[in-house]
Design a protein around this ligand. Structure first.
Ligand SMILES: NC(=O)C1=CN([C@@H]2O[C@H](COP(=O)(O)OP(=O)(O)OC[C@H]3O[C@@H](n4cnc5c(N)ncnc54)[C@H](OP(=O)(O)O)[C@@H]3O)[C@@H](O)[C@H]2O)[C@@H](O)CC1
Ligand SMILES: [K+]
Length: 462
């Protein structure tokens, strides 16, 4: 899996401790972090009046380092603290600041605001007056920077523990933390930049990286490139969107089994009409099927439930989406190996109930219990495999929140599954390509437009 690691606060502390045991000096690491952040602020910011807010811990220590380095470069900097510095490194960083330290609660606003109040050590929400002061100072600033994390967000879940202002740029120190990618916290930051501190960061959780695709080999044919079967239902448009997405995913051939026949193309999709359930059982029995998609437009009646049973009885890797997930929640049947579930928030709750922890934790528990790769969709989509590996996709176009885009994703997932035979890889590739197609479509697009953008999204990753 490609992508930058995402670490929880505890894992970050472990990585930090391992670096100290290996000989890294504690204060030297703060200097590295502060220098990296100051460099980013210097490049992104102005040589204008700057206020750095420093908290009691090492996040505040970073702030003192940043203030010193920006001042050395000629930026007019003021520092305001919430209270005394409590860690040895933060005290040393504070001693290195040769200017006055104002009281944060009465400090005047500035054109640039640097929030170094709290980072991964935040244990509760900020006091109301402190949070309100932070929001007021941020509103008054033209440029706002959060050091490591916006103060007030819970590192591991992205929840807001108190009022948190909007930031233009957040500088993630050393690694991404869940709050950088999970909403609501992720929605409060316009731009996220990672400052590499050179620390070893073992993690099974990564930010979703660009898909790495290969073109078909010279000897490929339509079956070696992957055969996708799609079962249609009550609403034909949804399974048509999904079928076209599968056909444009790089798969070699797509068959759609439904009661209806479409009036228009693409004619490359093979449509087979059926009247009764037994016919479908025969149709899906082809051993060459690499992925069987059920759910888009399926419906929730007895006929739909019977179609889902046909799919569950097959040995094909399944992609279950939309209505199939709602129906699955009422059943207690195992999934064929290498299957993928694509629930949004409501479907996830229906399937797995209320699970504890962050969206990452919940997705991972769901993947473990179902034995399937789970794409837990939303503005922050979390892709989890039963073995514990997770990829988090963020920064997707908010224009994707329109009818039919889920059907397109489901078709893409099935297509990539048929191509790769690797459910986690397929899910990651599909989510990436879906997001990239949306970026290419710009604004106010409809789901059909994504289909046209898919070949270019794929070409860009070869
Ligand atoms: N890991 C790394 O590799 C590196 C980490 N680095 C930096 O260290 C940061 C983590 O530092 P940190 O652990 O000192 O925590 P930090 O966020 O500064 O605050 C903790 C202090 O705040 C207090 N406190 C908590 N909540 C509160 C509240 N609501 N209201 C009031 N007080 C509250 C809490 O005390 P408590 O009351 O909870 O006992 C404690 O005193 C990290 O984000 C990064 O910037 C880099 O320097 C180098 C590389
Ligand atoms: K901060």
């Amino acid at each position: 899996m490609t992508g930058v690691p995402i670490l929880t606060a505890a894992q970050m502390r472990q990585a930090e401790q391992a670096a100290f045991r290996a000989g890294t000096d504690e204060y030297a690491l703060m200097e590295i972090a502060g220098r990296a952040a100051a460099e980013i602020i210097w490049r992104a910011g102005h040589r204008r009046d700057t206020l750095v807010l420093c908290g009691p811990g090492n996040n505040g220590g970073d702030g003192f380092v940043i203030a010193r380095l920006l001042k050395e470069r000629g930026v007019p900097v003021r520092v305001a603290a919430l209270c005394d510095s409590r860690t040895a490194s933060a005290q040393r960083a504070r001693a290195g600041w040769d200017g006055p330290v104002e009281d944060m609660m009465i400090a005047a606003p500035a054109v640039q605001l640097v929030d170094a109040l709290f980072g991964t050590g935040l244990s509760r929400g900020l006091e109301d007056a402190v949070a309100a002061r932070l929001c007021w100072l941020a509103e008054d600033a033209a440029l706002t920077f959060a050091v490591d994390l916006p103060s007030g967000v819970e590192t591991d879940s992205g929840a807001l523990l108190s009022a948190v202002p909007h930031f233009g740029l957040c500088i993630a120190l050393g690694a991404y933390k869940p709050a950088h990618l999970l909403h609501p916290a992720a929605g409060l930051v316009d731009r996220l930049v990672l400052a590499d501190l050179g620390i070893e960061l073992p993690s099974h959780v990564h930010r979703l990286g660009p898909a790495e695709l290969t073109a078909p080999g010279a000897d490929s044919h339509k079956y070696t490139r992957g055969l996708v079967a799609v079962i249609g239902g009550a609403m034909p448009g949804a399974s048509l969107l999904a079928s076209i997405a599968a056909a444009r995913s790089g798969a070699g051939s797509v068959r759609r089994y439904a009661h209806d026949l479409p009036s228009a193309g693409p004619h490359a999709i093979v449509h087979r009409q059926f009247d009764d359930i037994d016919e479908v059982t025969g149709l899906v029995s082809d051993e060459r099927v690499g992925a069987l998609l059920v759910g888009p437009g399926l419906g929730l009646d007895a006929k739909a439930a019977a179609l889902l049973d046909v799919a569950l009885s097959s040995a094909h890797p399944l992609v279950l989406d939309a209505d199939a997930l709602t129906l699955l929640a009422r059943k207690d049947r195992p999934l064929p190996p290498d299957s993928i579930l694509t629930p949004h928030e409501g479907e996830f709750h229906r399937l797995f109930g209320v699970l504890p922890g962050s969206k990452i934790d919940r997705a991972r528990s769901a993947a473990r219990s179902s034995g399937a790769v789970v794409i837990y969709k939303g503005p922050d989509s979390v892709i989890a495999a039963p073995d514990g590996r997770v990829a988090v996709a963020s920064g997707m176009s908010s224009w994707l929140s329109t009818a039919g885009t889920g059907d397109v994703l489901a078709g893409l997932v099935a297509g990539r599954l048929a191509v790769t035979s690797d459910p986690l890889r397929a899910a990651c590739e599909a989510v990436w390509l879906h997001g990239d197609a949306a970026r290419r479509c710009g604004a106010a697009f409809v789901a059909d437009d994504l289909l046209d953008a898919l070949p270019a999204a794929i070409a860009a990753r070869l």
